[in-house]
Ligand binder design. Structure first.
Ligand SMILES: NC(=O)c1ccc[n+]([C@@H]2O[C@H](COP(=O)([O-])OP(=O)(O)OC[C@H]3O[C@@H](n4cnc5c(N)ncnc54)[C@H](OP(=O)(O)O)[C@@H]3O)[C@@H](O)[C@H]2O)c1
Length: 323
């Protein structure tokens, strides 16, 4: 089969299209992959900068969508089923993958393979962030950093469905404004000066939740943008720097800085992914939440797809098409 492989830690351009053997699917769900999602960890991994470091050579990508070729009898899946699935941190960009049944989910007919390959990693992270860790309540307001990125567009799509009354997007440039608006933002502000813009928009009160996949030097202004009782959800550090927090800020304003580690939680809570999917799937199937609208790259340009997250040119979710 054809697969993308990275054989040296030289960055996204090390991702090459190669021929490899198909996986041994014994006891697993074997899937003919139509599309694979790209996420920020793929860019970090290609330089050996992510906490999880696969042995070389490895196939990048954490999520897929495709058609079941074969499944164990007790998997609840049949050959021909349209599915999406999690390889979790690598292995997705291959024409055939074999996954444990608890990481494979039936894709609603209304969701294309390209959209399906771009939804699990971010939507389940955002579900974990907003509901399990962030305690989002009906009528609350949410500010989303990196709002035109993968996690960001997920948060914009999902927060209103879970009760948010207003979702303010933060983007770095005017050309990303339209991406955030299309994903469902109520308002869009530029990263430069976002704190003052948010204060003005909220009549000085601030927001109840900040979704933060960026970190870096925005962190303190994010804490200052919270209303009393607010929660800052620490999701990632695309900005590069891991911020520190002076805890007196938490005390003075009665706010929380909340860690969000979805993969670690799923790994220690058996059945969690299935529970999450059971809450997300009806929203997608009914159209209450739109599926992602990803930028799609052909398999031959997988390296460019990964590079677009590193060089910050990606708009929305990025997906690689394999079939
Ligand atoms: N904690 C968890 O469980 C979990 C799960 C999944 C992902 N994550 C993390 O979430 C983060 C976002 O992942 P993603 O796949 O959504 O990434 P993405 O699609 O590349 O989006 C990240 C956004 O970060 C912003 N950004 C700010 N400074 C940047 C810089 N120096 N380089 C690149 N982007 C920069 C960009 O928006 P602007 O240009 O508009 O600023 C970009 O749209 C990553 O750190 C990832 O590891 C965490």
């Amino acid at each position: 089969m054809r697969a993308i492989q990275i054989a040296s830690l030289d960055g996204p351009q090390a991702a090459k299209l190669v021929e490899v053997d198909e996986p041994d699917g014994d006891g697993l769900v074997v899937i003919d992959v139509h599309a694979a999602g790209v996420a920020f960890p793929d860019a970090l991994q290609s330089r050996g900068l992510y906490q999880y470091k696969p042995d070389l050579p490895y196939t990048p990508g954490a999520e897929i969508a495709g058609v079941v070729r074969s499944a164990p009898e007790d998997a609840g899946l049949n050959a021909g089923d349209r599915v999406c699935g999690l390889t979790m941190l690598c292995g997705a960009m291959a024409e055939v993958v074999a996954l444990p049944a608890d990481r494979v989910f039936t894709l609603p007919d209304s969701v294309s393979f390209e959209a399906g390959a771009g939804l699990l990693f971010n939507d389940l992270t955002v579900h974990h962030a907003l509901l399990t860790r962030g305690r989002l309540a009906e009528g609350e307001t949410v500010l989303v950093h990196g709002a035109a990125g993968g996690v960001g567009t997920s948060a914009l799509r999902l927060a209103p469905a879970w009760g948010a009354s207003r979702v303010i997007a933060v983007v770095s440039s005017e050309d990303k404004r339209a991406v955030a608006q299309a994903a469902g933002a109520s308002d869009v502000v530029l990263a430069e000066g976002f704190k003052d813009a948010v204060k003005e928009m909220t009549g000085g009160r601030g927001v109840d939740i900040v979704v933060d996949p960026v970190g870096g030097d925005r962190f303190t202004d994010s804490l200052r943008s919270l209303a009393p009782g607010g929660r800052l959800l620490v999701i990632g550090f695309t900005g590069g720097e891991i911020p520190t927090v002076k805890v007196n800020r938490l005390l003075l304003n009665n706010v929380d800085a909340v860690g969000v580690g979805w993969g670690a939680w799923a790994g220690t809570h058996p059945g969690y992914l299935l529970e999450q999917w059971a809450e997300l799937e009806p929203l997608l199937a009914s159209g209450k939440v739109a599926a992602p609208d990803p930028e799609v790259y052909p398999m031959e340009r997988a390296a460019d797809a990964i590079a677009s997250l590193e060089d910050r040119s990606a708009k929305g979710k990025v997906v690689v098409k394999l079939r």
